[in-house]
Design a protein. Sequence first.
Length: 291
Amino acid sequence: MKRVLLALVLTTSACSSAVSGTATPLTGNLAVVNAPGTAAALAAVKTAAEAVFSYDSANPAAFDQAVAANVTGAAKAQLTALFEQIRKNPQPVRLSTTVARAAAVELTGGKVRELAVLEQVNGTTKGLATVAFTALEEGGRWRLSDIAVNPAQPSPAAHPDDGSLPGLRDAALAGARTAAGALFTTDSGDPEGSYARAEAVAAEPLLSDYRAKKATYVDAIRRSGTKVALGPDPMAGVVSLTGGRATVVFFTTLKVTAATGTTDRPFTTELDLVREGPTWKTTAVRPITTA
């Protein structure tokens, strides 16, 4: 069952503004901007995701009922494909899933797209899966309409960095993607350059840690014998945003090239960022692992 679980894991109210005394609904991407709406959508998707990504072979009807209640559209076929091997496994399965992290990527009307990290447990086996969920609100209930494990999806159109909350959110996300490119892209043929790029996007206290361990980092990059690049369309979502500070969940499938060829490695982390003038720098990096 461990192999089957890991196959799954590794495949793994509107805001308004007052203008001349009139409440004018905000439009566009309201993720984070509409804090109550974002929180409600994330909570609803969490409930749905935990229901349909859990499975007890002693009670398969409960899974079917959860899918019927929480899933619509293409997500039905996607879930069927994801759980096909698990449902056919002759060994007892009791797979429980919880949402360990979640960040809304896009919230528009009755539709939300989010980046979520699922922690899955089957007996003593634990694993993580990073999934992009799209959900639709139908009759007052949110239902999953699209499920992408180890996702690579384009970001929503960015709002101009004009001092508004949507602009601040999208500037932080752009800063996170830039920082991730510098922090996680390395080349054993240029270890000093790889280190310098990472140091350039670091702020305290991460900066002091990098400088204190520079020799160790440079040597590790040199000895790795690999070249690491971000995969296409890395995904990021803001978890929290307060003034010039943000916490972002970031996912990409790293392209690791060695003498034997290129392999894909799903990679999810949480970044703390601070704004320094027009740029965003990283103050902490926390790879997301099982509890």
